[in-house]
Design a protein around this ligand. Structure first.
Ligand SMILES: [Zn+2]
Length: 192
């Protein structure tokens, strides 16, 4: 997996945290969160009692595993306007676990990265929202968010597949691939 901009880490990370919660019925602890970040190809470069710093060639991720799990993803260039925050927490009122991606600079952003936050019912551990998350793959045409057919089906029936899950811009579909003129990323449906 190539990690260039914060979104290329934030979206697969949010998906992975959602899968972890569905499997275990709780949020990851510090140790488990660090394992997830290492699995995503990041190198651990500093560990303190309250936070861990990870890096790849283009990104720096700072994880704060507390009652609310917070991971800040910053370009290693230091360009903070592209920074994103992945947050996972238990919402007692909604009796659900929530995983969401929040832009550090949300003034310019109108949509929701991933269309909707991950909302998992804490009683039966089922997904109650319509998040469009996946991992990024590069091909001859560019960098694509790869989603599975299940995610695509749910998105088609509950949402608008012409809204880019990365930037909120307009997506143009051509078969199983979609292109966004606003952010330059695409979306690709892969799998059976
Ligand atoms: Zn876009």
């Amino acid at each position: 997996m190539k990690l260039y901009e914060p979104v290329t880490l934030a979206m697969p990370l949010a998906r992975k945290l959602g899968e972890f919660i569905v499997e275990k019925g709780r949020l990851p602890n510090g140790e488990e969160l660090r394992a997830v970040l290492r699995e995503m190809g990041l190198e651990e470069s500093c560990l303190d009692r309250s936070m861990a710093v990870f890096r790849s060639r283009f990104l720096v991720a700072i994880a704060f595993p507390r009652e609310t799990v917070v991971i800040d993803v910053i370009p290693s260039s230091g360009e903070l306007s592209d920074a994103l925050e992945v947050i996972a927490y238990r919402d007692r009122k909604l009796e659900s676990f929530i995983v969401e991606i929040v832009p550090a600079n949300d003034l310019e952003y109108e949509g929701n990265i991933g269309i909707e936050p991950v909302i998992i019912n804490e009683k039966n551990l089922t997904l109650e929202s319509n998040p469009v998350l996946g991992h990024f793959e590069e091909d001859g045409e560019g960098l694509f968010l790869v989603i599975d057919p299940k995610t695509h089906e749910r998105w088609k029936s509950e949402g608008d597949v012409h809204v880019c899950p990365i930037c909120g811009g307009e997506l143009a579909w051509k078969g199983k691939k979609a292109y966004c003129r606003d952010c330059g990323y695409g979306v690709k449906v892969v799998g059976e």
